[in-house]
Write a protein that binds this ligand. Structure first.
Ligand code: URA
Length: 217
């Protein structure tokens, strides 16, 4: 696999902030406990959401400070939807919602059919009025990219204004697969690791994110 050059792909955003990198390193360690893994994921999600919402639209509102009236900027958090890809995506929700509490939440559940290897939907629930909303899909791991492609394809049927993809870790295979099918979807990640192994795990990676979040190893 040829290493991916993030600079050559403008829709790929690698968040290199030292706090993000430090917390990701702690999460990668195999002896991190379930509680510390979950806490670090929560902290990392709050940091990453600043980057993924950097270009969010704001509008002017007139407010009263204790001293005078002023015009100030405000975002409309209710127009934002975080869509969690079950189940590991749920580990990101608390962190992002602590920063954007007015956002709505959708869920997509997919499993891989063992015969056809295609992603099959078993759950899909979105807020109303999706055509007015900007979507940020969340999943800690963008690995093969197959679930991401299936989730984004399905969400696009609801015609949201925009879709971004927020993960912690990805690899060249995942980025290429998502980008080839959905070049309009910007990807935000803390790292692009070396490769996928034959079982669809990212190397060096951090293991099975869902198992590590929920303690189901
Ligand atoms: N999903 C995970 O949880 N980990 C990987 O490495 C790949 C997919």
């Amino acid at each position: 696999m040829i290493p991916l050059d993030p600079a050559a792909l403008p829709s790929l955003h690698v968040v290199t902030h030292p706090l993000v990198q430090h917390k990701l390193t702690l999460m990668r360690k195999k002896d991190a406990s379930t509680s510390s893994f979950r806490r670090l994921l929560n902290e990392l999600s709050t940091l990453m959401v600043y980057e993924v919402t950097r270009d969010m639209a704001t509008h002017d509102v007139v407010i009263e400070t204790p001293l005078e009236t002023m015009t100030a900027r405000q975002i409309d958090g209710k127009k934002l939807v975080f869509v969690s890809i079950l189940r590991a995506g749920n580990g990101i929700l608390d962190g992002v919602l602590s920063v954007v509490p007015g956002a709505r939440v959708g869920h997509v559940g997919l499993y891989r059919d063992p015969k056809t290897l295609q992603a099959v939907e078993y759950y899909f629930k979105m807020p109303k009025n999706m055509e007015e909303r900007d979507v940020i899909v969340v999943d800690p791991m963008l690995a093969t990219g197959n679930s991401a492609v299936a989730a984004v394809t399905r969400i696009k049927q609801c015609q949201p204004k925009s879709i971004k993809f927020l993960c912690l870790l990805t690899c060249p295979e995942g980025v290429n697969t998502l980008h080839q099918t959905h070049p309009d979807v910007h990807i935000y990640t803390a790292a692009v690791d070396r490769e996928l192994n034959d079982h669809g795990y990212i190397l060096p990676g951090l293991g099975d994110a869902g198992d590590r979040i929920f303690g189901t190893q």
